[in-house]
Design a binder for this molecule. Sequence first.
Ligand code: SF4
Length: 417
Amino acid sequence: MKPRLIFYTSQETRNSVSALVAGIDYFCIKTKPEISYASSRDEILKNLSDSLNIVAFSVTTVNFGERYRVFQGIKRKINGMKNVIFVAGGPHADGDPESLINAGFDYVFSGYSEESFPLFINNSGEYLSRGSGQIIRSVTSHLWQRRSFAKFAAGYFPPLEIQRGCRFRCNYCQSCTRLNMPLYKNRDAIDEYVNDFISNGFRRFSFVSPDAFDIRFACDRRSPENMDTLFDYLKLRGISIIEYGQFPSEIRPSKDAEIYFKTLVKYTKNRKVVIGAQSFSDERLRKIRRAHSAEEIEITMDAACKYGFYTIVDIILGFPDETPDERLYTLDRFRELNKKYPSRLHVHYFLPLAGTGMYSSNPSALDMATLRLLDKLEKDGRARGWWREGRRMTAEIIRMRERFSGKTDSETAIFND
Ligand code: SF4
């Protein structure tokens, strides 16, 4: 009997589910599973069959608590059924796979798993005989560069993931933890994606890239020629709506931003871009290893404005050793720039993510002066963001981390909620 594979799906895991479904298509020859999608505990229960059921969770450090509650809820309901196995993967599994085994998942996929997961399904009998509680570690296969790894799955077709991994290795960021060096999709993979995109009748073309100005197409180095040639090719293929430089293909500040905006304005539909600034303090930028300066943020905002783009400027507050003066400096510096450039601040709160250099750190509490200023900026329409939700998320991350990883931060125990 075919195994049944049930993906627990939600908004933030759609891209990885699509890549896994593509992987199953490319690799899973012997035992193609029957795939279904469920977005709640009850839907998963309804989908269980008499054959082997593989219930798959994509876990981020942020959603670990919620996934754990759903998974435990199912376990209680099925009361020891032997034909259901629970597998977990995703960014949290890359950084802290042991915590997922400690939480009770049967198999944990750490690293890019588009190849190892189908092979696991193909050989599930063998894995089962070896017993549960295993971590299956994998690196991205070079096939990823040659194939699109994008399939229409759960009613969704993902943006083109054109770059994977990031050379900058900022010490709070999970995007760079799976790979030491970035990989880029090659021409064959892009062609496959474009063919699927067109044959599915989609119109709005967007990308996933950790560093929007660093793509490869015409040549093998960072150059605006790549962007120009790629977008030109997309236009030739009849794609009229190209969106770039906004989530999830944000722009890193750089001295040469202007030559890239000159290309963007020629081809893209969006007139809003997201700039990953993170802070206006040079000392903070050095500490978190951003490899750009506050001046380069200003140069990038200036270039965006010159070509008619409105900028959304991402910053993070609550770094572990951050002071009230540093926060107010960053907010005030933005206020000055906001007078010159059409822009809005997008405020995040520090999240200690598994696998990063700051996983075992705790955030600092936001002081009253910062809270008042954030409130004012929001009322004036000059800031928005996830910082309130971020504080709630961080509280949950720390609870899960202490419970399943035993990691506590002895130095910065100043979390404030
Ligand atoms: S924050 Fe951005 S630039 Fe830094 S490592 Fe992550 S993806 Fe790369």
